[in-house]
Write a new protein. Structure first.
Length: 136
């Protein structure tokens, strides 16, 4: 009986610990070091004119992606690359500094021709984020 109680306690504890952990980047928290993808073609001009962008967190190896996509690498800088799923070629199309504020749910991009600020909201289990351009 004592062994069963200990086993039950350990299983319950491991379930609680697993449930409480949030994968890095999910819900657009702690985005530094994460990779997101978008089906939209993005460059300096289109991002400046864009009203919004939808991003999905990349949860697999990049070479396993089966459709052409745009990849967003959030590190010290934001690097946006196009990815060809057939050839596996990647091309940097934009690199800029960014400022992420998870308290106000904003993402500010510092581009050559000015800055753009997006507000964002996460959807579902935090794997998808909708960026909506804020009006000046």
């Amino acid at each position: 009986m004592k062994k069963k109680s200990i086993l039950l306690f350990l299983l319950s504890l491991s379930s609680l610990i697993s449930f409480s952990q949030i994968t890095k980047g999910r819900y657009f928290n702690e985005i530094n070091g994460t990779i997101w993808q978008s089906s939209q073609i993005i460059d300096q001009l289109t991002i400046s004119e864009s009203k919004g962008v939808g991003l999905i967190i990349v949860g697999i190896e990049i070479d396993s992606i089966t459709t052409n996509t745009t990849l967003w690498f959030f590190d010290d800088n934001l690097r946006i690359e196009s990815f060809n799923a057939v050839t596996k070629d990647r091309k940097t199309i934009l690199e800029c500094k960014y400022e992420h504020n998870k308290d106000t749910h904003t993402l500010k991009l510092f581009l050559v021709n000015g800055e753009i600020e997006f507000s964002y909201s996460t959807i579902s289990i935090g794997n998808y984020v909708g960026l909506t351009r804020k009006k000046k």
